[in-house]
Write a protein that binds this ligand. Sequence first.
Ligand SMILES: [Zn+2]
Length: 78
Amino acid sequence: MQTRCYRCGWSYAIKQDEIIAALQALEAGGGVHYDARCPRCRHINKLSIEMLRRAAPRPVTGKASEEPEAAEGPSSES
Ligand SMILES: [Zn+2]
């Protein structure tokens, strides 16, 4: 996900792995904000758990509405 530093305005990306790890840590610890440090000025920007959930590649908790079915496409495996 892309986020913007509230202090210096620097826009930076947070990796999917980091988002997942942050969500797991927040849910385990009951937190609601993730401290994302700005790579430019080192200011800590608080990202809400809701933002992280939206940016996560797949639902970590809650509804799994977009679960891909196993497609029965033509297989070239032999
Ligand atoms: Zn910054």
